[in-house]
Design a protein around this ligand. Structure first.
Ligand code: FES
Ligand code: FES
Length: 149
């Protein structure tokens, strides 16, 4: 099986086909930016983009990805290291606290801006409401997204 991740093709051994995409990313390919939180699609810590749409990688079997392009937080910055606008604003506004949920937050935000470059407050709230943060950074995430938009 092959997966297209952050613009690169990766070979994945057959025995990983039935594992979740999150498991493959973290345990097989060493892309540990996406986090394991609940493991049941409830918290958003594992959010990645599939062809630009935010999905929960913990409940997505790797075999179902097919030819869709996977984007993880490792691929958010440009190859030359230039940060994505979301990452810049995240840093400027000191959004992260413990940081555990933040890769998922960033990828969910990236998916929102991809389909809606100038989201309303309501659209931001709707898009981000499923990404939980125990540290209470939702308010700063909202402000950061407003700033980028
Ligand atoms: S770890 Fe995937 S949604 Fe919580
Ligand atoms: S920053 Fe700690 S869980 Fe969100």
């Amino acid at each position: 099986m092959e997966l297209q991740i952050n613009g690169r093709r990766h070979s994945v051994a057959t025995e990983w086909r039935e594992e979740s995409l999150l498991q493959v990313l973290r345990e097989h390919l060493g892309l540990v930016g996406s986090k394991f939180g609940c493991g049941t699609g409830q918290c958003g810590a594992c959010t990645v983009l599939l062809d630009g749409t935010a999905v929960r990688s913990c409940v997505l079997p790797a075999a179902r990805v097919g030819t869709q392009a996977v984007s993880t937080v490792e691929g958010l910055a440009r190859p030359d290291g230039t940060l994505h606008p979301l990452q810049r604003v995240w840093l400027e506004r000191q959004v992260p606290q413990c940081g555990y949920c933040q890769a998922g937050q960033l990828m969910c935000a990236a998916g929102l801006l991809r389909r809606t470059p100038q989201p309303t407050d309501l659209q931001i709230d709707e898009a981000m409401s499923g990404n939980l943060c125990r540290c209470g950074t939702q308010h700063r995430i909202r402000q950061a997204l407003q700033a980028v938009a």
